[in-house]
Design a protein around this ligand. Structure first.
Ligand code: ATP
Ligand code: MG
Length: 449
């Protein structure tokens, strides 16, 4: 009854709230009981007064409860806000975690190629250091040691091709100005004159032989004066012969050389030292000279070597079947022949054991009795003997290395013609001399079918 009354009068809604109210009222009544009894006793007031006081107290309590309800609502709303803040923070945290995962994944996929590139770069650096060390080692010896390092991949069937090749004569001597070029051009003309199909190859970028050929054919330098460059590329182009070979006459053809060849030679040399070529650059010329094309179309090839050990020179050694060493017949030149023979032996043993040291040819001297037994002036004879002796010793052979019976005598006819062309073709009086030399050479390097 009392509870119902409270509910009606206070507007309390829940049983818990009412129970709480009743407890507060009871506690309050217990507290106030002595005072009330005293007051009732003192004032003599009746039940009405008690009820009125009680109603007043209940109203007060209701206000307190409402105040607490308000606080409760505020707290609830704050709690809801806090919860939503927490959920928001959690969701942001999850988003952040996802982002971190994505970024980590991207970092991983970005760093993987970088790591790989770094590893590759390190390997490349190591290999470059190795190459540089090898280059330094290679450069520590003399030219012959440098150039006679072990052969790399040779052209297909190189050994068989050079064994079966038409004679390919290399006119070489490290000593300059001894008549290599003059001899090459005139001997070529002599062989062509006797019906051989001759190809002459200039390997000296100074182009002395090319100049002789141009002077002889009365043409100027073309757009590509160094045709030999085309034979030295990484690949030998199909149809190279049509582009590289010039025709002086029906039977006398040549491959020119000019200053661009120097750059090409050096470039190839550096690449070779750094192991930057798939093939062995020393055999590049042989691809052309031992090709079927040349073997079918020529009876003899003559190579004019430069007076220095260059890429071109080495290509000459690796392409030739016979070496002839022109030399001035004096004592200084005889020593130079010995030095050259030693270098040649070293290179030959590694690169082209089939090339034959076929002869030493005297130049710029005279025969005392041309036509008769071979007689050189006394000093020249001593130099010839000395040159031959040293070559015999170097090559461990007693062969007759010095070409007897013919020399390239010193004559203005020969030197004069250098300006205008090939002496053999310009000055007929030089022909017997060159023909005699051609006979000697042909004996030592006979034609092949
Ligand atoms: N028999 C000769 N009589 C006179 N002069 C000659 C004779 N042979 C060559 N010469 C001259 O000697 C010079 C050198 O000759 P050549 O160029 O043939 O020598 P080289 O050995 O090829 O020289 P390099 O080492 O520079 O290649 C040229 O001026 C040439 O005309
Ligand atoms: Mg020369």
């Amino acid at each position: 009854m009392f509870a119902v009354a409270l509910e009606v009068s206070c507007g309390l809604s829940t049983t818990a709230e009412i129970t709480r109210c009743v407890e507060i009222v009871r506690d309050s009544l217990n507290t106030a009981k002595p005072f009330i009894e005293a007051l009732l006793g003192a004032a003599g007031l009746g039940t009405f007064a008690v009820v009125s006081i009680l109603l007043w107290m209940v109203k007060r309590l209701k206000r307190d409860v409402e105040g607490q309800q308000e606080q409760c609502k505020t707290l609830q709303s704050e709690l809801i806000d806090a919860r939503s803040g927490r959920d928001d923070a959690l969701s942001r945290m999850r988003t952040a975690e996802k982002l971190v995962e994505i970024i980590s994944e991207r970092l991983r996929s970005a760093t993987e190629p970088l790591d790989k590139a770094l590893r590759e770069a390190q390997a490349r650096i190591e290999s470059l250091v190795k190459q540089l060390r090898a280059a330094l080692d290679a450069g520590s010896g003399d030219s012959a040691a440098f150039w006679s390092r072990g052969p790399g991949p040779m052209p297909d069937n190189y050994q068989v091709r050079i064994r079966d090749s038409k004679p390919i004569l290399l006119f070489a001597n490290q000593k300059g100005g001894v008549g290599k070029t003059t001899l090459s051009a005139n001997i070529a003309a002599a062989f062509a004159d006797r019906g051989e199909r001759v190809l002459v190859v200039d390997l000296d970028y100074q182009g002395s032989l090319t100049s002789l050929m141009l002077a002889q054919s009365k043409v100027q330098l073309g757009a590509f004066p160094s045709a030999v460059d085309q034979l030295m590329g990484d690949e030998l182009a199909a149809g190279w012969s049509k582009l590289a070979i010039e025709k002086l006459s029906d039977r006398l053809h040549y491959i020119s050389c000019w200053y661009s060849f120097e750059k090409l030679e050096r470039n190839l040399e550096y690449r070779w030292v750094l192991n930057d070529t798939r093939d062995d650059i020393r055999f590049r010329l042989s691809r052309a000279l031992l090709s079927q094309d040349v073997q079918d179309n020529y009876d003899r090839v003559i190579i004019d070597a430069p007076p220095r050990m260059t890429t071109g020179f080495l290509n000459g050694v690796c392409s030739a079947t016979h070496l002839f060493v022109p030399t001035v017949v004096d004592s200084v030149s005889a020593v130079a022949v010995g030095t050259f023979a030693r270098q040649f032996r070293e290179i030959r043993s590694v690169l082209n054991p089939q090339i034959e040291f076929a002869g030493i040819i005297g130049t710029m001297t005279t025969l005392l009795n041309g036509g008769g037994p071979f007689t050189l002036p006394r000093n020249a004879e001593a130099a010839a003997v000395r040159a031959e002796a040293v070559v015999r010793k170097v090559l461990n052979s007693n062969a007759d290395y010095f070409v007897r019976g013919a020399v390239m005598a010193r004559t203005t006819k020969v030197s004069y013609s250098a300006e205008d062309g090939i002496a053999y073709l310009q000055a007929s009086e030089t022909r017997p001399m060159f023909n005699a030399l051609a006979d000697q050479i042909a004996t030592r390097a006979p034609l092949r079918n």
